[in-house]
Design a protein around this ligand. Structure first.
Ligand SMILES: Cc1cc2nc3c(=O)[nH]c(=O)nc-3n(C[C@H](O)[C@H](O)[C@H](O)COP(=O)(O)O)c2cc1C
Length: 164
């Protein structure tokens, strides 16, 4: 039986954000591929929103592990449902970089900004629809180092990855 589980959490600031996200995504992509789990991850304003899709036992086992991860806290399941097919099957873990449209989605629902831990179950699908249409972003932490050494002095740093 396939399920979709969506949760939100607050990041614990213990090291460089870009390195944190990059490590987290690398692990997620590698392990989810091996475990036949797919989904999407969004991070902004200190909070994570993640959707996990796959066989019930695989998703539950993964979520159990994720919920104990010390890189975040206040882990709240927003929705959990059985599905006939996965939506994010093209990505073992899609990553969408920060989007103004997502802040707008929250503002339209009377939240001050992206505050996924407060999201109501019936609001989750709307957020998933936006995330599905957005492009997948790659976080390559070595890019930042390369760009710092670039002879042209061109740097995107965090902003290139984390806002648009
Ligand atoms: C916000 C967040 C999302 C995560 N998403 C995944 C994921 O999709 N897949 C995954 O394997 N690990 C994910 N992790 C990492 C796991 O919590 C865990 O560190 C990783 O699976 C390694 O597990 P291990 O302790 O068994 O080696 C995530 C962690 C955080 C904080």
């Amino acid at each position: 039986m396939l399920i979709r589980l969506c949760y939100a959490s607050n990041r614990i600031d213990h090291q460089d954000l870009l390195k944190d996200l990059s490590d987290l995504l690398a692990t997620s992509i590698r392990r989810n591929r091996a475990n036949n789990v797919c989904g999407v991850l969004y991070y902004a304003r200190g909070s994570f929103f993640q959707c996990l899709e796959g066989e019930k036992a695989d998703v539950e086992k993964l979520f159990n592990c994720i919920s104990q991860d010390t890189r975040h806290t206040n882990v709240k399941i927003l929705s959990q449902e059985t599905i006939l097919e996965t939506t994010f099957h093209d990505w073992s873990m899609k990553y969408v970089q920060e989007k103004k449209e997502i802040d707008l989605f929250f503002k339209e629902r009377n939240y001050p900004f992206f505050q996924p831990t407060e999201l109501k179950e019936y609001e989750v699908d709307g957020l998933l629809k936006i995330l599905l249409t957005k492009e997948n972003s790659v976080i390559n932490k070595s890019d930042e180092d390369n760009q710092q050494q670039s002879p042209k002095g061109y740097r995107r740093g965090y902003s290139g990855y984390l806002s648009s």
